[in-house]
Design a protein around this ligand. Structure first.
Ligand SMILES: [Zn+2]
Ligand SMILES: [Zn+2]
Length: 466
């Protein structure tokens, strides 16, 4: 963001620049224990004795020049996005960098992996290790949340070999990455301590599951430890997402066939990934989720980091996934358990939420830990029908608005003699990665067709796999 230059009185010696907010150092920068951005932010807000809502309304949003924002300044349920790689994280990092003069905050989000990661890697609830909290407290160090824990596939603490948890041990309230009056380590609702004392019982996990998780975490830590040069390389390399995916899989298919006479279909059988998913990756409809990548990585022996850096001089040595994955019973993080009244109350709250766009039923179901939205619909049919209706209306309105905005951008570009490529339309709209979304791409193509513009082939053109 451009700021106006300050007038400096040249008769006085220039003072070293002062930060607007305390310049608290983030914990664990560049290490496996790097704290999450929301953890840093909570500590920063606490240091100023503020409420997170006020902090956003009075400091962050005015700084960013935002005119519209949530009424209370913050939607705790959505605060996971600050640790992710979307617009919100980017804006917050740039504001905090300037206000605190701490320059390393990107490393406390997933921003460096924005061209690579899929949209669904960060869980909306906050997960933490109660033993880590307790130990840090006993050592009288500042309590913090690790960036590692924000990833949905990370289910255990690799230091204590215990399950991460997401709700208060006393009142069972689900905790968010950021809450209005939160202090890390304490329930935002009842104020109870969220760590384990020595006598508390840890949830037992099987040895096999533990090993699988340890292996996942090892691969994720590799990413957290990447230096700036490597991070830069990843950002640039993965702009050509589909090309990379094609290159990578072609290499795997060739080698697996040569060495083991295994065809594509059999290979995906082996890694327990439906062919349909591969089809979506190949067509650029969907990015590969970390869990799929890690399964492929485990079976082929190619480390996740190598894949990201596209250092794919392969020497595949196939091995089977751990048994428990084959029995289709892959463990998911345990969600908070709701009774029916509590569930109804939460869903009605979603229906009347005017600060956020109405979510799809699938998304609502997922947020309550149901893998299938039908389960939720059998429990609360009326409420679910309202959710479905609202979402449908919203989507059709949204499509109209989007179409209008894209159409205006295209017209403007054409009038100025600029070809409406995805990049130039994105620039005009002031949005990044806008055309990663398949439906947005379809809209653009439709509009171009209507205006008689012939689409040029861009970097996202599919390459045939022989
Ligand atoms: Zn721990
Ligand atoms: Zn509580």
């Amino acid at each position: 963001m451009e700021r106006e230059g300050k007038t400096i009185n040249t008769t006085l010696p220039e003072l070293p620049s002062r930060s607007v907010l305390y310049n608290i150092s983030p914990i664990g920068t560049g290490t496996a224990d790097a704290e999450s951005l929301t953890s840093y932010l909570t500590r920063l807000i606490n240091a100023h004795n503020l409420n997170a809502g006020v902090f956003f309304r009075k400091i962050i949003y005015p700084y960013l020049g935002k005119e519209t924002f949530p009424r209370d300044g913050l939607v705790p349920k959505k605060s996971s996005s600050f640790n992710n790689f979307h617009q919100g994280a980017w804006e917050l990092v740039s504001a905090l960098k300037e206000l605190t003069t701490v320059s390393t905050l990107e490393g406390h989000t997933l921003l460096d992996f924005s061209t690579f990661l899929s949209n669904y890697e960060v869980s909306s609830s906050k997960y933490w290790c109660p033993h880590c909290y307790q130990e840090t407290k006993d050592r009288k160090l500042p309590i913090f949340d690790k960036l590692l824990w924000v990833l949905d596939i990370v289910e255990i603490c690799h230091v204590h070999n215990c399950k991460l948890i997401c709700s208060c041990l006393s009142c069972n309230t689900e905790q968010y990455h950021l809450s209005r009056n939160g202090t890390i380590g304490y329930c935002y609702k009842c104020g109870s301590w969220l760590g384990y004392t020595k006598n508390d019982k840890t949830i037992e996990v099987s040895k096999e599951y533990l090993q699988w998780q340890q292996w996942i975490i090892e691969n994720i830590i590799d990413l957290l430890l990447l230096n700036n040069y490597e991070r830069d390389r990843i950002k640039k390399t993965w702009v050509n997402y589909e090309d990379n995916v094609n290159k990578f899989f072609n290499k795997i298919f060739d080698e697996v066939f040569e060495k083991y006479s295994i065809y594509k279909t059999k290979f995906f059988n082996l890694v327990r990934i439906p062919n349909r998913l591969y089809y979506n990756w190949d067509k650029g409809k969907q990015r590969i989720g970390l869990i799929s990548l890690l399964k492929i990585s485990y079976v082929t022996g190619i480390k996740l980091k190598k894949f990201l850096l596209m250092e794919i001089e392969l020497d595949i040595c196939l091995r089977q996934l751990p048994e428990f994955i084959y029995d289709n019973n892959l463990r998911y993080k345990s969600h908070k358990k709701y009774d029916i009244d509590e569930l109804r109350k939460e869903i009605i709250e979603i229906i009347y939420d005017k600060d956020n766009p109405p979510p799809s039923l699938a998304k609502v179901a997922r947020s309550f830990g149901y893998k299938n939205s039908r389960t939720l619909k059998t429990k609360l049919p009326n409420e679910c029908n309202i959710i479905i209706k609202n979402y449908k209306n919203y989507m059709s309105e949204n499509k109209k608005e989007k179409k209008k905005a894209i159409s205006e951008a295209v017209t403007h570009l054409l009038e100025n003699g600029v070809y409406p490529s995805q990049k130039s339309v994105e620039r005009k709209l002031g949005k990044t990665s806008y055309f990663w979304n398949h439906s947005n791409r379809v809209l653009l193509n439709e509009i171009c067709k209507e205006k008689g513009v012939v689409r040029k082939k861009g970097p996202h053109t599919k390459i045939e796999i022989k």
